[in-house]
Design a binder for this molecule. Structure first.
Ligand SMILES: Cc1ncc(COP(=O)(O)O)c(C=O)c1O
Length: 400
């Protein structure tokens, strides 16, 4: 979650560059005035180069990136799109906005999509699958891609948490036909609000680019207001100020992920041998962004004790165990489309996911880590898992 931790002069310099050269805040046109400054286009090109993918399309949010990806794939009424029961509501919202039916599959010990359950939920109406790399750990993409290929279904990667991660050396977001990124204020890179679609498929990119811009094809032979169009669309264009911030942030990506991984390791080394702690499963070949340190404890009561003990020691948890209301489909009774798709009862629809999530604890990891944080984490979790308050026994330990 560190994009905002490193917000500074570099971002300001990119914005200043716009104001020093015509102050054009729109991604298109005004070519004479802007003196060669195209921050959104540069950000797209830089991200595509960084990920080794053909194209990037910057949009206004990660949610918009998902909606645009579904539009570019022609998803609509009568189609089903499968995602996972542990994700942010945005993934399902984008499917509902596409007028498709949202279906959630179970997560496994990776806390990402369970390929076996995915295979069970595919029907002749399934048009796309959205796999999510929750909290920076790669989904089982090899197996998920194989299921999608077997059924001729498109794979989209919701890479809101996964930017900077990889599986088998291949960046997350570049396995599926499209990957979507989020640059909201809690993500690895931030533009305040923002997102991007990345793809190797020129056709998907062209349809997405038009759809996010009211259907404009940006035909170079025509002035914009006489532009050609082949589909309806919407306005999800990123503005130049966000593009400028994104360009500066992207240069920090490697340093951010390197720092997060070191801090995640320092925290894990301090707690891994405590009784009852079990690591989150990670696919072989994964390179995690280490956006969070996630582990399992024996039961839900222990998970709640861990959260309370961490807070008492000035530390925090991130989503798990406390915030599953926004991140677990079993709680989304406010989404009638989802409720209908799961037989009218979400509460019992995802027992496997509920079991894993109920005893999971997630600690935020950032670019900065207080020197004593690993020791405090150990004290807090020792108390929570042994139900003994360390301060009470510390004098005896010292005396011994
Ligand atoms: C898994 C996931 N997908 C999509 C989004 C949506 O991103 P944004 O907030 O940029 O719309 C989020 C945001 O937290 C997310 O966690």
């Amino acid at each position: 979650m560190p994009g905002y931790e490193l917000m500074g002069r570099e971002e300001l310099a990119e914005i200043q560059d716009i104001f020093d050269h015509g102050a054009v805040l729109f991604r298109h046109g005004f070519d004479g005035l802007r003196q060669g400054r195209y921050k959104v286009k540069d950000f797209e090109a830089a991200m595509a180069a960084k990920l080794g993918t053909g194209h990037g399309l910057a949009v206004t949010s990660g949610t918009a990136a998902l909606r645009v990806a579904l539009a570019a794939l022609g998803v609509g009424e009568g189609d089903e799109v499968i995602t996972q029961a542990f994700t942010f509501v945005a993934t399902v919202e984008a499917i509902i906005e596409s007028r498709a039916t949202p279906v959630c599959a179970e997560v496994d010990a990776t806390l990402n999509l369970d390929p076996a359950d995915l295979a069970r939920r595919i029907t002749p109406r399934t048009k796309a699958v959205i796999a999510v790399h929750m909290l920076g750990t790669p989904a089982r993409l090899r197996e998920i891609q194989a299921v999608c290929d077997q059924h001729g279904v498109a794979l989209i990667e919701d890479t809101a948490w996964g930017l900077g991660g990889a599986l088998d050396g291949r960046p997350l977001g570049t396995w599926g036909v499209a990957g979507t990124l989020s640059f909201d204020f809690a993500k690895t890179l931030t533009t305040g609000e923002g997102g991007m679609l990345v793809t190797n498929d020129a056709g998907v990119w062209a349809r997405a680019a038009a759809w996010h811009d009211h259907g404009h094809e940006n035909n170079p032979a025509l002035p914009r207001w006489e532009d050609s169009r082949a589909s309806s669309g919407f306005n999800f264009r990123m503005g130049e100020l966000a593009g400028a911030v994104g360009l500066a942030q992207l240069r920090k990506l490697d340093a951010i992920v390197t720092a997060q991984r070191a801090h995640r390791d320092a925290l894990w080394n301090a707690i891994h041998d405590l009784p009852g702690i079990q690591p989150r499963a990670v696919p072989d070949g994964a390179y995690e962004t280490a956006d969070a340190l996630v582990f399992f404890v024996p039961d839900a009561a222990a998970a709640r004790r861990c959260r309370a003990a961490l807070l008492a020691r000035g530390l925090a948890t991130k989503i798990l165990p406390e915030a599953t209301s926004w991140h677990f489909a079993g709680a989304w009774t406010h989404m009638p489309e989802l409720v209908r798709a799961h037989g009218g009862n979400l509460a019992t629809a995802f027992p496997q996911s509920a079991r894993w999530l109920g005893r999971a604890v997630s600690m935020p990891v950032g670019v900065t880590l207080a020197a004593d944080a690993p020791a405090r984490a150990r004290l807090a979790l020792t108390e929570a898992l042994t139900e003994v308050r360390v301060d009470d026994v510390a004098p005896q330990l010292q005396a011994a």
